[in-house]
Design a protein around this ligand. Structure first.
Ligand code: I3S
Length: 126
């Protein structure tokens, strides 16, 4: 039977278009490469999908998509020295991956900030 509207709502919690770059991979600093991505949060898993050719998110990537579990991740507004862009969120996972997430839309980015904080925090049981 098809999922109820309630089930669908809990399966797909939030999605939208954001600018994103990975800055650290396995604890090692990597070159910034800002990309516009379709972003979806499902449970504590954040999925980024590229549409443009050449969309690449760090190394070891065969598909134009990237998923990261943000359970227990540290979420904060990025310090000025991390980027010249406005509205930049810094996300550090427990495995030492660091991402920057950005949008010029103030309302949109604040919504994401709240959602990401709640998701990372709730998942740790704090
Ligand atoms: O932190 P950085 O290195 O100043 O970041 C900028 C660079 O990645 C730059 O690319 P190239 O160094 O490959 O030219 C990007 O175009 C900029 O967008 C990066 O800075 P912002 O401040 O936009 O995050």
């Amino acid at each position: 039977s098809p999922p109820s509207p309630k089930q669908q709502a809990s399966d797909q919690e939030k999605c939208g278009v954001l600018n994103v770059t990975k800055i650290t991979e396995n604890g090692k600093k990597i070159r910034k490469n800002w990309m516009t991505s379709w972003t979806a949060l499902k449970g504590s898993v954040l999925l980024f999908q590229g549409s443009a050719a050449g969309w690449k998110f760090g190394s070891n990537q065969s598909k134009p998509e990237y998923t990261v579990d943000i359970k227990g991740a540290t979420i904060d507004w990025a310090a000025k020295d991390k980027s010249s862009k406005k509205n930049v969120i810094e996300l550090k996972t427990t495995l030492g991956t660091e991402l920057l997430i950005q949008s010029d839309n103030d309302t949109l980015i604040k919504d994401w900030y709240t959602t990401l904080c709640n998701t990372a925090g709730t998942a740790t049981g704090e």
